[in-house]
Ligand binder design. Structure first.
Ligand code: CA
Length: 221
């Protein structure tokens, strides 16, 4: 018995899903449909989606910004947690990847809550910031896109979040490469620098959690 987080063997992870996950059928369908897509490894873990949905419900969040839609699996978890009239702005650059997303959002009856912006997320975020009225108007942000831009996404999302708003950052352990000194991939260097910067950022409170590929919860003070 250790005080540190337990490592999950395959059977233990299967047990966690079996006993801890309540995945609605439409989400299960999207998850299965994503398996046959290119880059299916990019889909968020179901237990992570479920956690984010609970956080959104707890906060009473109404406005969400997501960086990195892919097939819209995490988006769908979040949309289902939003009240009527809630809104997600979801950013991606791939028409192909988001095709499944749009199909399943419609099937789940939440398409009206999601606004998909297909262009570089930095541009979408900068436009929102430039509009002024959007500043500090979001309750929740989810960053799960190209790692080299994490710092840029983070800064912009922080401006858009209200005080007391929450950001979830995905892949902060990056397959363990964060501690592999021989790994000089630009993405690994970016994640390491990003994690280091968050550690001492006084504008926020943080919790780095060993869920899926590692997530950091960021609370804006
Ligand atoms: Ca991810």
């Amino acid at each position: 018995m250790a005080n540190r987080s337990i490592g999950l063997s395959e059977p233990l992870y299967a047990y966690l899903l079996e006993n801890g996950l309540r995945e609605p059928a439409v989400l299960q369908g999207l998850r299965q449909a994503t398996e046959s897509e290119d880059m299916s490894i990019m889909r968020s873990a179901p237990e992570q989606g479920q956690l984010m949905a609970m956080l959104i419900g707890l906060m009473g969040a109404k406005r969400i910004i997501e960086i990195g839609t892919y097939t819209g699996y995490a988006t769908l978890w979040m949309a289902q947690a939003l009240p009527h009239g809630g809104q997600i702005i979801s950013c991606d650059i791939s028409e192909t990847w988001t095709r499944l997303a749009r199909r399943f959002w419609a099937e789940a009856g939440v398409a009206d809550k999601i606004s998909l912006h297909l262009r570089p997320a930095i541009e979408t975020l900068d436009d929102l910031i430039a509009q002024g009225g959007e500043l500090e108007s979001f309750d929740f942000a989810f960053i799960d896109a190209d790692k080299e831009n994490y710092q840029a996404y983070f800064e912009r999302c922080l401006s858009l979040l209200r005080s007391g708003g929450l950001m979830v950052i995905d892949n902060v352990l990056w397959g363990g490469s964060v501690i592999d000194a021989d790994n000089h991939e630009p993405s690994s260097l970016a994640i390491r620098a990003f994690n280091r910067a968050l550690k001492t950022d006084e504008r926020i409170d943080i919790n780095m959690l060993p869920i899926a590929d590692g997530i950091t919860l960021v609370l804006k003070k």
